[in-house]
Design a protein around this ligand. Structure first.
Ligand code: ADP
Ligand code: MG
Length: 405
C-alpha cells in the first residue's frame, strides 16, 4: 500500500520541480567556467576521433568536484557525434577505476562496451586485450578510453595497464587508442614509469577549484529546472556558493543546495531560506566527519588537527608538510603524548590523503626544491575543527581546557 502511494503517483513537491537536476549523476548540457578546459581536451582528441590518426592521450587533473568527470564525458560525446557526421566510427569507453581497480576488470569493461555479450570471466588479460584489438579493427572504431579516478587503478595495479594501452598501436597500428586519464592530482604521474609518462607528453589540463562567483553561476544555471518558480530566496544561492568556495567543489555546492531544499520541504516552508542552508551545511559536515573521524588512530587525529590549526592560523589554503609536522610536535607536547617519528608522520599524511580527508600536492615552487603542500579536502575548515576537537576530547587526548579554537 505504501509502495503504491510512494511510486504509483508522482508526488508534487512545493519546493522542487525536478530534484534530479541537482544530483551528481546528472550531466548538464552546459558547463559554465569550463570552456577552456573543454576546448583543450577537444583539441587533443578531436582529430583522432574523426580520422583514427594522430592519437594522443590527455590527463585531466584537479580536486574533487571541479568538473573533470563532466568535461571528460562531454568532450568524448562531442567528438564521437562530430565524427559520425563524417561517417567515421568513433566511440568512447568510460571506466570508473574507483569501482573497477584491476587490469582484468578495466579491460573487461572496455571489451563489454565494444561487444556487450562477450564473456571475459576466466580469460587472461592478454586475450581480453586481443579481443578489444580485433573488435576495433573489425568495426574500424576510433576508440577514446576514459579512465576516471585513475589514481585507484595505479594504487592497486601499478601502471601496467596504461603501459599496454599506450602501446596499443604497436599491435594494432591501424587502431590505436586515445586515453583520457582523470586524476585527483598531478602527483599521479610520479608513479608512472618513464616510458608511460613520455607518451603523455605534456598534455595536462588543470581543473582549478571554483571561486564563489563561479559556483554561483553553476548553481544559477540549474535553478530554474530544479526548483519551483520563485521558491529559492534571494540570498540562498550566494550563501551556498560562499560556503562551498573554500573547497571550490561544485558537487558539494549542488548537494548543499539540494539538501537546503530538502530542509525547506521537511519544514513545510514555502521558500528555501538561508536558515535552511545553515542547517543543511552543518548536517553535511557533521556526517562527513562522523563517518571518518572515529576510525582514525590517535596520531592521525592529532596530525589532522595540526593541519586544521595551521590552515586557520595562517588563513591560507595550503600548509607545507614541514609546518604541519612542527605543529603536530607542538600539539603532542601540549597533549602530553609522545610524538611519532618523521617517517610515520609522513605515513599518516598519506593515509589521511587516501581516505580523502586531506589533500596533498607536490609543489615545485618551494625555496628548496619540491615541497609537499597539504590542505583539507571535501569539508569546510571551521566545522571540521569542531568535530576533531570533540573527537580528541572523547578520547581524552585533550581536556576541554587544553584546546583552543
Ligand atoms: P570531478 O570529477 O572533478 O570530481 P564532476 O565532474 O563530477 O567533478 O562534477 C561534480 C558535480 O558538479 C557534477 O554534478 C557536475 O555536473 C557538476 N559540475 C562541475 N563543474 C560544473 C560546471 N562548470 N558547470 C555545471 N556543473 C558542473
Ligand atoms: Mg570525478
Amino acid at each position: 500500500m505504501s509502495g503504491i502511494q510512494k511510486y504509483g503517483r508522482r508526488r508534487v513537491s512545493p519546493i522542487f520541480l525536478d530534484e534530479f537536476i541537482l544530483f551528481p549523476d546528472y550531466t548538464p548540457l552546459r558547463l559554465p567556467h569550463r570552456e577552456s578546459q573543454l576546448k583543450s581536451v577537444l583539441s587533443y582528441i578531436a582529430e583522432f576521433a574523426a580520422s583514427g590518426k594522430a592519437s594522443q592521450h590527455v590527463v585531466l587533473y584537479g580536486r574533487v568536484g571541479t568538473g573533470k568527470t563532466a568535461v571528460s564525458k562531454i568532450s568524448a560525446k562531442m567528438v564521437v557525434q562530430r565524427a559520425k557526421r563524417t561517417r567515421a566510427n568513433a566511440g568512447f569507453a568510460f571506466v570508473n577505476c574507483h569501482r573497477v581497480r584491476t587490469v582484468h576488470g578495466v579491460l573487461s569493461e572496455i571489451a563489454k562496451i565494444l561487444s556487450p555479450f562477450v564473456v571475459t570471466k576466466g580469460l587472461p588479460t592478454s586475450e581480453i586485450a586481443q579481443l578489444i584489438g580485433s573488435k576495433l579493427v573489425e568495426g574500424k572504431v576510433n576508440l577514446i578510453t576514459i579512465l576516471d579516478e585513475v589514481d585507484y587503478l595505479l594504487e592497486s595495479s601499478g601502471d601496467e595497464l596504461l603501459y599496454s594501452l599506450t602501446r596499443f598501436n604497436e599491435f594494432y597500428p591501424s587502431r590505436p587508442i586515445s586515453l583520457i586519464l582523470v586524476s585527483r592530482s598531478l602527483n599521479f604521474t610520479d608513479r608512472l614509469t618513464d616510458s608511460v609518462r613520455s607518451t603523455l607528453k605534456k598534455n595536462y589540463v588543470e581543473f582549478p577549484p571554483y571561486t564563489a562567483a563561479q559556483l554561483k553561476d553553476i548553481l544559477l544555471d540549474r535553478l530554474e529546472e530544479a526548483f519551483q518558480p520563485a521558491v529559492v530566496e534571494e540570498d540562498v544561492v550566494g550563501f551556498v556558493s560562499e560556503l562551498s568556495a573554500q573547497e571550490g567543489d561544485a558537487r558539494f555546492a549542488l548537494e548543499l543546495l539540494w539538501k537546503s531544499g530538502k530542509e525547506a520541504e521537511q519544514e513545510k516552508s514555502e521558500t528555501v531560506k538561508v536558515e535552511h542552508v545553515r542547517r543543511a551545511f552543518s548536517s553535511m559536515v557533521k556526517s562527513l566527519a562522523l563517518e571518518a573521524l572515529p576510525n582514525l588512530g590517535d596520531h592521525e587525529l592529532i596530525l589532522l588537527y595540526s593541519v586544521c590549526r595551521k590552515l586557520k592560523d595562517e588563513s591560507s589554503s595550503y600548509v607545507t608538510i614541514g609546518d604541519a609536522e612542527r605543529e603536530y610536535y607542538r600539539l603532542c607536547e601540549q597533549f602530553n603524548v609522545s610524538p611519532r617519528r618523521h617517517t610515520q608522520v609522513w605515513g599518516y599524511v598519506q593515509s589521511l590523503n587516501s581516505i580523502g580527508l586531506l589533500l596533498t600536492q607536490i609543489s615545485g615552487k618551494g625555496q628548496r626544491g619540491k615541497t609537499t603542500n597539504i590542505t583539507l579536502s571535501g569539508s569546510p575548515l571551521e566545522p571540521m575543527i569542531q568535530e576533531v576537537q570533540k573527537q580528541l576530547r572523547k578520547r581524552r587526548i585533550a581536556q576541554k581546557s587544553g584546546i583552543s579554537g
